[in-house]
Design a protein around this ligand. Structure first.
Ligand code: ST9
Ligand code: ZN
Ligand code: ZN
Length: 341
């Protein structure tokens, strides 16, 4: 009896043995099985964020309905174009320029990308890059802000609804951000972020359809303001969730990031994530320069043509092949001779 009481005080700690006989009353409830090698996490939920994301997604469904039933066709095209515009701020800007330094950009391009990135409302560049560098340095550990070992939901959106794991703060301190501190464009945006966000994420995109083709202001707000923002958020988050779970691993079979064609389409070229984690300094974030599934590369090649982007870094095909042979999963095909369109 004593043993039974002592055990029932902490039932989740007990590892049940298959076939074990538990005759006493307190054991009639099924026992939880806790595997010692799977860490359990305390979800310190930030309810304000949960509420904001819930409202945002609900209202976006209404925006999608308006898109189908009421919006002028020009508004729907603009929805797509503005999504790509803010997407460039994340992919060409926060990701390939500021997080990984895959190329160098002249001042006008840095300013343009900073405006685009403000319109994406995904935290200011400094914070975005800090989390992303920590993600690369400590991928799939507790120090990774969106550790994909904690499942699809956590790596997709859940990580933005809870307090961060203490390892993110501790190990995150080892990541150097001095280059960002030396960039006046990044520091300006950090200082005026709360002013830049409403202008580029809501005011400009909502007013353009209203002013230029007389779209109803409310339709514009729900479609180009809210629904466009929510869709680009989810497309971005797919890189952390889907492209860490589903897909092939031609370059390194030992890591979670994958090559995912759907994510590449949705995230304007950022779904070639197995390659990206192996060669993060490549400005294409992919082995090949396929423009259809990598609009960001097309944009950067154009910027290089007009001289606003320079010192674009890439990886030699010999180096890629060697890595494929050493750690790939066997799914790599040599189509380097195919055209880039
Ligand atoms: C959003 C971001 O959506 C999305 C990023 C996705 C990245 C994807 C990457 C994939 C590649 C590119 C793909 C592009 C595709 C684009 C397609 C487009 C079509 N290191 O954070 P706090 C310290 S945001 C070092 O508040 P809490 C630091 O001292 C959406 N230190 O932690 C910090 O203070 P400060 C909109 C770190 O309290 C302090 O800790 N935004 C690090 O646990 C506190 O930090 C939101 O929803 C680190 N990594 O809160 C807001 N991190 O900042 C969401 C922190 O002063 N965020 N420290 O220096 C929050 O509400 C909170 O951050 C929290 C955690 C509740 C999540
Ligand atoms: Zn990256
Ligand atoms: Zn990743």
């Amino acid at each position: 009896l004593f043993l039974a009481e002592a055990r029932s005080a902490e039932p989740v700690q007990i590892i049940s043995t298959p076939g074990a006989q538990h005759s006493y009353k307190s054991y009639q409830k099924p026992l939880k099985t806790v595997k010692s090698n799977v860490p359990t996490y305390k979800w310190d939920i930030v309810w304000t964020n949960v509420l904001i994301f819930f409202v945002l997604h609900s209202v976006s469904l209404y925006g999608a309905w308006l898109m189908i039933t009421q919006a002028i066709w020009r508004t729907n095209i603009f929805f797509y174009l503005y999504g790509v515009f803010t997407g460039m701020g994340i992919t060409a800007g926060a990701h390939r320029l500021w997080a990984h330094r895959t190329y160098r950009a002249k001042l006008p391009l840095r300013i343009l990308l900073m405006f685009c990135q403000s319109g994406a409302l995904q935290n200011h560049i400094y914070e975005w890059v800090r989390d992303h560098r920590v993600h690369h340095k400590f991928t799939d550990t507790d120090a990774d802000p969106h550790n994909s070992r904690r499942g699809f939901f956590f790596s997709h959106i859940g990580w933005l609804m809870v307090k961060k794991h203490k390892d993110v703060f501790i190990k995150g301190k080892t990541v150097d951000l001095s280059d960002l501190e030396a960039d006046p464009v990044v520091m300006f945006q950090r200082k005026y972020y709360l002013l830049l966000v409403p202008i580029f994420c809501f005011i400009i995109p909502v007013l353009i359809p209203w002013y230029f083709w007389n779209e109803d202001l409310w339709v514009s707000w729900y479609v180009v303001g809210i629904a466009r923002y929510t869709l680009t958020l989810n497309f971005t988050w797919l890189v952390n969730s889907a492209a860490h779970i589903y897909g092939s691993k031609p370059y390194d079979n030992t890591i979670s990031p994958t090559e995912n064609m759907f994510v590449s389409w949705a995230a304007v070229g950022e779904g070639w994530h197995n390659y990206h984690h192996v060669f993060p300094w490549d400005y294409k974030a992919a082995e090949l320069g396929n423009y259809r599934l990598n609009v960001t590369t097309a944009f950067l090649d154009f910027m290089a043509k007009i001289g606003w982007a320079y010192d674009l870094k890439t990886v030699s095909s010999e180096m890629v092949k060697k890595r494929v042979q050493r750690t790939g999963d066997g799914s790599w095909v040599d189509d380097s001779s195919s055209t880039s369109i």
